[in-house]
Design a protein around this ligand. Sequence first.
Ligand code: SF4
Length: 150
Amino acid sequence: MPNILISACLLGINCRYDGKNCLNEKVLKLREYANIIPICPEQMGGLSTPRVPGEIVGNKILSKSGDNLTDNYNNGANIALKIAQINNCKYALLKQKSPSCGCGLIYDGSFSGKLIGGDGNTTKLLKENGIMCFNDEEIEKLLKLLIDKY
Ligand code: SF4
């Protein structure tokens, strides 16, 4: 079975900025076809839980209270990539809209709830390194790929 990186909050781990999770039962189904490797780039980058949420603003990642968290987010992204490489992960399933894990859709940096097309910084790095990334609205697509291929 292939190894797949998965945003830990989707698996029910309370690592979100608000100390909660966003368990998606469908994600658990992936365990029938893949070994799942949970990651939370924001925690791995040294941020606490709960924490003030961040958004991508230009080439920085700022907290809602104005702190520059770019180094934390970059550290978390680099660790996530390393974990993917050590485990030979070809796929990742990531939580949509997050400044780290967003895959196709992120908040626009105004902290007003507006969304724009784009990737979180971890997703971007994973993609740049050849890892195929899916968001949590694409679980069926990933499942189909796994069933067809493995
Ligand atoms: Fe979930 Fe990713 Fe945010 Fe961690 S960084 S809480 S895994 S979306």
